[in-house]
Design a protein around this ligand. Structure first.
Ligand SMILES: Cc1cc2nc3c(=O)[nH]c(=O)nc-3n(C[C@H](O)[C@H](O)[C@H](O)COP(=O)(O)OP(=O)(O)OC[C@H]3O[C@@H](n4cnc5c(N)ncnc54)[C@H](O)[C@@H]3O)c2cc1C
Length: 462
């Protein structure tokens, strides 16, 4: 992906250090390792220099420096999306750009590039508002949203990218551009492309988006044991497409570690988790969810009325950094044969090093074009399939082969994928997510605004 360049020459750095307010660190410097570390420990970033940006001006200075020294630029908020070592790059870390402002009257939030969802949820909740965050509030707002962003209210409200109003972006020429639905020219193209096309076009330094009037939900997750896996999955497959748009649901086959922090009934076991978020009232949610509760003998039932800030309880994603490998696709239907195929490669009888195999129901608002069109891919699929392996035992090749077998098992029904839930993929697989016209438009915008291919993103469109 990026060329390996060991270090910068001593003459290169003083100009950069003088131009930015945040720290500028090279390998071996105190604080370098902490500055580049991300959530996915499978990759230890080895950037030639890391710039701890504090402002849009710092980001612009870092981009101009990279251009002047012939290096690629990478950006990292949390490292949840780390897919390689970023050798030789100028890495811009954004965690110091952590401003969050909520405008309750207009139901809007404005955030800096380094903000995680948790901060927006906390700032919005006192006003009875919520953002369209994803399964884990530890994920970064901008990285998530530029990849579309599919969360636990998605069937009611669509993708997070559908609700973006404005952003500030630094493009490869070092220019600072304001983009919104009122923009023209290159900025109009950027407003379309960045909302779905990820980090291929520049570094977003600030983003403004709509919040939704949600203060509570009825939901959470219910866990079943291995003996119920087939019955629960088949029940879910038939039940899920019948739920209203106020309901978002997914099901996951989980191989839980023998972690003493986990409750005894599920510790070290294979479990099936059905996740549920219902925005209507609790009685309605309870009635809707009844067929799932009756599909087996729940080991744990954690579905209840909750305040929105408890939204992480729906997916219960791990929060501590870990080395992970992941892969996903989208499918157009989930017939009984597809469920059987998934159970054959990843069900309780399969010996595979996969921590999670997940199916998310799509449809509803996800399938509708937003008011202002954007580049989100995978909008018309019926389900997303996503698998994660933790690289703590078998070598990566074994984990990757197991994960590839999951995606392969549903090949007959595959119809592209979602940018954020694609896992590690080369430019061709990424490019194939869009139809010919949208892919050509994305490539044209990228080539026009970044002819030298300055940005090293985790999702490269080919
Ligand atoms: C535990 C977990 C749960 C997840 N749940 C969901 C989910 O429910 N729904 C969903 O859609 N996705 C989900 N994801 C995927 C997640 O949205 C992507 O990995 C996303 O890229 C993470 O963004 P980040 O900023 O946190 O990560 P980082 O690793 O910091 O950034 C990843 C990439 O995002 C882009 N990016 C980040 N900051 C900027 C910026 N300022 N300007 C331009 N581009 C930028 C770049 O391409 C960068 O390479 C999940 C991932 C994890 C690990």
């Amino acid at each position: 992906m990026t060329a390996m360049i060991d270090s910068l020459t001593p003459a290169d750095l003083p100009a950069l250090t003088a131009a930015v307010a945040g720290p500028v660190l090279q390998p071996g410097d105190d604080g370098y390792a902490e500055e580049v570390a991300g959530y996915n420990l499978a990759h230890r970033p080895a950037a030639a220099v890391v710039v701890g940006a504090t402002s849009t001006a710092d980001v612009a200075a870092a981009v101009r420096f990279a251009r002047a020294t012939g290096r690629k630029v990478a950006v990292q908020a949390t490292g949840h999306g780390l897919t390689d070592e970023l050798f030789g790059t100028v890495l811009v870390t954004t965690r110091r750009m952590d401003g969050v402002a909520v405008d309750p009257l207009n139901r809007r939030a404005r955030v800096g590039a380094g903000v995680r969802w948790a901060a927006v949820i906390q700032a919005a909740a006192p006003h009875g508002l919520a953002p369209l965050n994803g399964s884990s509030s530890t994920v970064g707002v901008v990285g998530y949203t530029t990849g579309g962003g599919l969360g636990p209210m998605a069937r009611r409200y669509g993708f997070a990218a559908d609700h973006v109003r404005r952003f500030t972006i630094v493009t490869a020429d070092g220019a600072v551009r304001e983009c919104s639905e009122n923009s023209g020219g290159d900025e109009a193209d950027l407003f379309w492309a960045v909302r779905g096309g990820k980090g291929n076009f520049g570094i977003v330094t600030e983003m403004e988006f709509d919040l939704v009037p949600v203060a509570r939900f009825y939901g959470g997750s219910v866990l079943f044991g291995a003996d119920d896996a087939a019955a629960v999955l088949h029940t879910w497959r038939q039940w899920a497409p019948t739920v209203p748009e106020d309901t978002t649901t997914s099901v996951a086959l989980l191989r839980l570690p023998p972690d003493p922090a986990l409750p005894e009934p599920v510790r070290g076991r294979f479990v099936v988790a059905v996740r549920f978020t219902h925005l209507g009232d609790a009685a309605e949610g309870e009635a809707l969810f009844a067929p799932i509760r009756a599909a087996g003998a729940p080991l744990m039932d954690m579905v209840a009325e909750m305040p929105y800030p408890a939204i992480d309880a729906v997916h219960m994603d791990p929060t501590e950094p870990m080395p992970v490998w992941d892969r996903g696709c989208a499918i157009s239907a989930l017939p009984a044969e597809a469920v059987d195929a998934l159970l054959a490669v990843a069900g309780p009888q399969a010996e595979v090093p996969l921590a999670m195999v997940e199916l998310r129901l799509l449809g509803g608002a996800i399938a509708r074009e937003p008011e202002v069109p954007n580049a989100v891919a995978g909008r018309h699929a019926a389900f997303s399939v996503f698998t994660v392996g933790v690289l703590a035992g078998p070598p990566v090749e074994v984990v990757a082969a197991s994960g590839a077998a999951v995606v392969e098992s549903v090949r007959e029904w595959t119809c592209g994928g979602l940018v954020n839930l694609l896992g590690q993929a080369g430019p061709r697989r990424v490019g194939a997510l869009w139809g010919d016209a949208d892919r050509a438009r994305l490539l044209d915008i990228a080539r026009r605004l970044d002819p030298a291919g300055t940005f090293a993103t985790n999702v490269v469109i080919g």
